[in-house]
Design a protein around this ligand. Structure first.
Ligand code: MOS
Length: 716
């Protein structure tokens, strides 16, 4: 067990986050957001703002420097008068202090020609279309066999529609940048998951060579995908620094994060499962409807996990998307798998009930021998082991499947109880990365890679593998990460950081170790170094289906009077390759499960159709699970070694923990109450009259129709 190497820096406050970097003569940029969801800027009157002492400039579409690279319209800041969504940055004040910039921003008067907006996703929206691919580059639709025929002929059928709301990532550290220019080179301290990628993209926006932009991210307070790509704050800080000739600091406020830093798009997902009486799937179809913005296409790939989870000869997956006048959706922890597996795993629970088969057993019966759509072998697949080990640890055996019959403690008490299970999965991949390792004559090692530690424990994991590969104690190694001036590396995203970076680091370390050994340990006065690049190794990977798997078990209690749901127990059992750094891995996995609990019970960015915005745009209105919501939560893993993805044998753990949690909790709520919740978050007190408990269960809240969820209130 290794402690987190940056733990002392974090708890003592020595660790610096982007905004905290001290730069000489800093100015501050404060963005002005659009107050309309669609239309054109007619005029910007900055006179009042400019009259405030300390204001350096007001950037608007009229005066902002033209940007040569506008491939990403979210980064083409102030390049157009068109407004694509409410909250889009349309101007900014730069001033000598943060307070003056903020005050002056209130005085910028913008007149708009407002156009009618369309911000509500519906299953029959006339604008729905088939995108060319879904995030990041998956096929939009797949099909095998004759789904319609097989479904019609199936002995047991489930046909149900599940909905997930818009959700926002909300890392603890909001997006922030400090930018300064020296001639034509730009240095930014940025809250990013990927210094190399951000440097490349920012350089492209300003028409520079990648080497002209340096991105430093020593410590990053979470990301969950929101910091996987540069956002408007980087461009704003760099533009403002260019115009004023001073270093500029720019922090995105929590309310602004609801607009400009990405979110998980809402989904409407129809699942159809056809099976024999023995529960074996014959037909499987997952149809997904989602939304993107008018600026940029991002289609959440919610049906992709359905392509590899279960065997079924007749199958189909589809994605349709509509462009709405909403902020651009983006990556949020397990984009695709997370909302998609809520639908698939909930439907599997419904099928288990329809067949009268235990839900663990149902999944075992539908294990595929090879990838059900491509026929590729799995590099390793241990879902069965996860389910069986989880069932044993959780105490699943002998579970009475009858819903709505158990009360905690006193049989006449108010807490209904139930348990649920769901599978989890996430792709296992690695992306090309480079690393450099040096050793000095005194025996000090340096390991250099532009990785990012966004709170995951990456520093610790890299130090563990470097020490092992070099055959020296970790104390002899200085690890440098979080700087695009270091050898370029994959972002901390897609659960690919560990596999990608350890591959390059171990390769470089072994090469250096061989050099040192060849000289019998004598390091010349100039030292020795080795460099590794994994591009060719990754290009030569055999065609295999590579995924991490897991099994999530949940116990819930539901207050029969108020509908309040508590989750006293969560257990996740994962198969994710070799676990490089156990203490950090456990933290990542229970973090993912906690975020899944949060998704199940709390998280919803509610769209106000009248203003075209999220009115609950702060952490008071957008509730995220807190410590009090989390009770007995545990994550364990089985021994597994991924054979393909580099010498560490790791598959990645950043995302598999969140996948399936919400389905396990929703299934447990069904088991407790007899009410099948197919739309997240689970709010039994808000149920509309379409849900009724089974006759056997009478609960005050479930038969109340006073809680209307019509179209003008919060979507249910
Ligand atoms: Mo993760 S959503 O790929 O950073």
């Amino acid at each position: 067990m290794t402690g987190r190497v940056d733990g002392p820096d974090k708890v003592t406050g020595r660790a610096r986050y982007a905004f905290e970097h001290q730069v000489e003569g800093a100015a501050y940029a404060w963005a002005v957001p659009s107050v309309i969801a669609r239309g054109t800027i007619r005029s910007v009157d900055a006179a009042r703002a400019l009259a405030l002492p300390g204001v350096l400039t007001v950037l608007t579409p009229d005066n902002a420097p033209r940007l040569p690279g506008t491939d990403d319209p979210e980064l083409a800041l102030f390049q157009s008068r068109e407004v694509a969504y409410r909250g889009q940055f349309v101007a900014a004040v730069v001033a000598g202090t943060l307070e003056v910039a903020r005050e002056a921003a209130e005085g910028v008067v913008i007149e708009y020609d407002q156009a009618p907006h369309d911000v509500v996703l519906t299953a029959d929206h006339p604008g729905l279309y088939k995108p060319d691919f879904v995030n990041p580059r998956y096929e939009t639709d797949t099909a095998a066999g004759d789904f319609d025929g097989a479904f019609a002929a199936a002995a047991v059928r489930v046909d149900a529609t599940y909905r997930t709301p818009a959700e926002h990532n909300h890392p603890m550290e909001p997006h922030a940048t400090v930018a300064s220019w020296r001639g034509d080179t730009l240095t930014v301290y940025d809250a990013t998951q990927g210094p190399s990628r951000t440097a490349g993209q920012v350089a492209a926006v300003f028409g520079l060579e990648p080497g002209q932009v340096r991105v430093i991210a020593e410590h990053v307070g979470g990301g969950f995908g929101a910091k996987g790509m540069p956002r408007a704050n980087v461009i704003l800080a760099a533009l403002a620094a260019r115009v004023t000739g001073r270093p500029v600091k720019c922090a995105v406020t929590r309310p602004q994060m609801f607009a400009v830093t990405g979110h998980r798009a809402p989904s409407i997902q129809r699942m159809r499962l056809g099976a024999g009486p023995d529960g074996r799937l014959t037909a499987l179809c997952h149809d997904v409807i989602g939304q993107t913005s008018t600026l940029k296409e991002f289609t959440e790939q919610s049906a992709v996990a359905t392509r590899h989870m279960y065997a079924a000869p007749h199958r189909r997956t589809t994605h349709r998307v509509v462009r709405l006048d909403v902020p651009t959706p983006s990556w949020m922890r397990a984009p695709g798998e997370c909302p998609g597996m809520f639908a698939l795993e909930s439907a599997m629970d419904e099928l288990a009930e329809a067949c009268g088969i235990d839900p663990v057993e149902l999944r075992l019966r539908n294990e595929p021998a090879v990838h059900p759509e491509t026929g590729q072998p799995f590099s390793s697949r241990h879902l069965t082991a996860c389910l069986l080990q989880g069932a044993a640890r959780f105490g699943w055996a002998g579970r009475d499947p009858a819903p709505g019959t158990r009360r905690a403690g006193n049989p006449r008490g108010r807490w209904l109880t139930g348990t649920g299970v769901a599978a989890s999965t996430y792709p296992a991949r690695a992306m090309p990365s480079q690393a450099r390792v040096t050793v000095s004559p005194s025996g000090r090692y340096q390991v250099l890679i532009a990785a990012a530690d966004i709170g995951t424990g990456a520093r610790t994991a890299l130090l563990v593998v470097a020490a092992e590969a070099l055959g020296v104690p970790a104390a002899a190694i200085d690890l440098r990460i979080g700087d695009s001036a270091l050898p370029p590396a994959m972002i901390a995203g897609g659960s690919m950081g560990t596999a990608s970076w350890t591959w390059a680091v171990i390769k470089a370390c072994r090469a250096l170790r061989d050099q040192v050994r060849a000289r019998d340990g004598a390091v010349p006065p100039g030292g020795l170094s080795a460099r590794a690049d994994t591009t060719a190794d990754i290009g030569a990977l055999p065609a295999r289906a590579r995924y991490a798997f897991g099994a999530q078990f949940a116990e819930v209690r539901v207050d029969a009077d108020t509908g309040e749901v508590r989750v006293p127990r969560l257990l996740g059992v994962f198969a994710a390759g070799r676990i490089v750094s156990p203490a950090q891995a456990r933290s990542q996995l229970i973090g993912g499960m906690t975020m899944g609990l949060s998704m199940a019970l709390h998280e919803e960015s509610a769209m106000d159709p009248q203003f075209g915005d999220y009115p609950n745009h702060d952490l008071a209105g957008y509730h995220i699970a807190a410590h009090a919501d989390v009770q007995d939560i545990d994550a364990v893993w089985i021994d597994e070694d991924e054979p393909d993805l580099g010498p560490a044998g790791a598959k990645g753990i950043g995302e598999v923990g969140i996948v399936g949690t919400a389905a396990a909790i929703a299934s447990a709520v069904y088991h407790a109450t007899g009410i099948r919740v197919r739309d997240l978050p689970i709010r039994l007190d808000m149920r509309s009259r379409r849900s009724r408990p089974r006759a056997a269960t009478t609960c005050a809240w479930a038969v109340t129709s006073a809680w209307s969820t019509g179209p003008w209130t919060w979507p249910s």
